[in-house]
Design a protein around this ligand. Structure first.
Ligand code: INI
Length: 153
C-alpha cells in the first residue's frame, strides 16, 4: 500500500493566525505556541500575521475574509471558550466550530481548529502550555501537514 502524508517541514509559505481576545490569558499562550511551532518547522517570522477578533464567535467571519485575500497558504484559528464562565457556551462554541469548518471547506486552504472548548479554566490552562500540551502548536503543525499533503493530492 502506498501511503501519502504531509510532512512537517515548510518553506516560503504565508500564515495568518486569527485569534479571539476573549480569555486572552489563555489565548496568548496558544498564539505563542502556534508561532513557535511555525518557526520551528521552517516558517519565516515575516510570513506570519496575527489578526485579533473580539471572541470565538467572530472567528469564522474573519477567517472567511482572511482566506479570500488569497495571501495566505494556511490559517490557524485560535481561541478559548470556557463553559464555567459562559452561560451561552453551547452557542458560542457551536457557531465557532460550524463556521470554521464551513470556511475551511469553502476556501480550500488548510484552516486549523485551535480553539479550546473546555469546562474549566484549569483545563484551558493545561491545554495551552502547562505540561507541554499546547493546542496552538498542535493546530499550527496540522496546517503545515495539510499544506504539504494538499500539494500531493
Ligand atoms: N468568547 C470566547 O472566545 N470565549 C468565551 O468563553 C466567551 N464567553 O465566555 O462568552 C466568548 N464570548 C464572546 C463571544 O465570542 C462574542 O465575542 C460576543 O458574543 C460578541 O459577538
Amino acid at each position: 500500500m502506498k501511503t501519502i502524508e504531509g510532512d512537517l517541514t515548510i518553506r516560503n509559505k504565508k500564515f495568518a493566525l486569527v485569534a479571539g481576545r476573549f480569555n486572552s490569558f489563555v489565548v496568548e499562550h496558544l498564539i505563542n505556541g502556534a508561532k513557535e511551532a511555525l518557526l520551528k518547522h521552517g516558517a519565516d517570522e515575516t510570513d506570519i500575521e496575527l489578526f485579533y477578533v473580539p471572541g470565538a464567535f467572530e472567528i469564522p467571519l474573519a477567517l472567511k475574509k482572511t482566506a479570500r485575500t488569497g495571501k495566505y497558504d494556511a490559517i490557524v484559528a485560535l481561541g478559548a471558550v470556557i463553559r464555567g464562565g459562559t452561560p451561552h457556551f453551547e452557542y458560542v462554541a457551536g457557531e465557532c466550530v460550524k463556521g470554521i469548518s464551513q470556511v475551511s471547506l469553502d476556501s480550500e486552504i488548510p484552516i486549523a481548529f485551535g480553539v479550546l472548548t473546555v469546562d474549566t479554566v484549569e483545563q484551558a490552562i493545561e491545554r495551552s502550555g502547562a505540561n507541554s500540551e499546547n493546542k496552538g502548536a498542535e493546530a499550527a503543525e496540522s496546517v503545515i501537514r495539510m499544506i504539504n499533503l494538499l500539494e500531493k493530492l
